[in-house]
Design a protein around this ligand. Sequence first.
Ligand code: NAD
Ligand code: UD1
Length: 325
Amino acid sequence: MSSSVGWVIVNEHGKQMLALVTGGAGFIGSHIVERLLADGNRVRVLDDFSTGNRENLPELEGLEIITGDVGNFESVRKNMEDVDVVFHEAAVASVPRTISDPLGSQKTNYQGTLNALEAARQCGVRRVVFAASAAAYGDDPELPKREDMPPKPLSPYAVDKLASEYACQVYYCLHGLETVSLRYFNVFGPRQDPSSPYSGVISVFADKLINKEQPTIFGDGGQTRDFVYVADVVEANIKAATEKTAPGNTINIASGISVSLNDLLRTMCAICDSEFSPVYVEERQGDIRHSSANIDKAIDVLRWEPAVKLDVGLVSLLQRLGYEP
Ligand code: NAD
Ligand code: UD1
């Protein structure tokens, strides 16, 4: 795209790169922002603060924060001016929330992506990296999931994410806009908000254990997930924005190792020296039973590999949240 040591910080006009991070005040987006700024880039955040938080973002020169809705094309178009690269993270990230509000969440989760792509095309943006999801795979029993397997979406969330991936492909093929879809599996780490029952499970379990409350498991706890640490996801985004081989691809971003919910909670209890005694309640509607990733494509195409093991990430997260070993 342009040249420098490590991550590109100068575009072809000899100016510092400007990255637009939609959803940049959220969990994953704010870590991407932090990394881009640390690498010397200029960053614009577009966020409606529905689940994101101003406190997730630093007070730094080079960072512009705009309150706006990605579902509103005019707002996206206006904030796309002069942008070199887009990291499109804005979404209703909770699967159950999209089941209870399919029309409202579609405006963000699909229309928002289309708005970002069309505005990027109109403004001559070089590359768009899209936060896709493992939810696209659904419940097919074949594991681990490879990108060439047929998708089987089970929720409005998965439908919107999959449609967004297709829109990325179409803009790449029709208009030459460089797009990359990263199918994140279950991301965890600092700043994942535990405040709702729909929040990411590790943040919810961590919050319960720190506050000496009983965690809830939906179903029998035998469902599995492939958890990937947020710093690894940030690195994958940087690779997706810079590697020449990335455009036009949909790529799994995961650890490549799955655990059951019961084993996850047992590990977290052991770290916190707490007893394993969850409450088991009815399985969640739209829940996927098993999720496990093949990450060969990320290794080949992005030259990316996860660096943080689950137990190491969990210890680091729990310590940051106040647990003293
Ligand atoms: P998050 O809720 O912390 O971040 C989403 C951000 O988007 C928030 O800051 C929110 O305020 C913002 N947002 C929501 N609707 C918006 C709108 N209409 N306009 C502008 N901003 C809006 O969630 P996250 O876990 O950081 O997820 C980031 C992205 O990664 C999402 O696209 C999500 O679907 C995707 N993803 C997350 C995971 C995961 O495990 N966390 C896994 C797969 C994919
Ligand atoms: C998560 C992401 C979604 C992403 C998908 C990709 C969030 C909120 N959701 O969905 O954006 O696209 O991964 O794989 O980040 N559970 C409990 N107890 C709890 C909370 C959850 O047992 O208190 C269970 C759930 O029923 C589910 C599992 O934990 O079986 C994971 O749930 P959750 O963290 O909400 O993630 P996903 O639904 O997998």
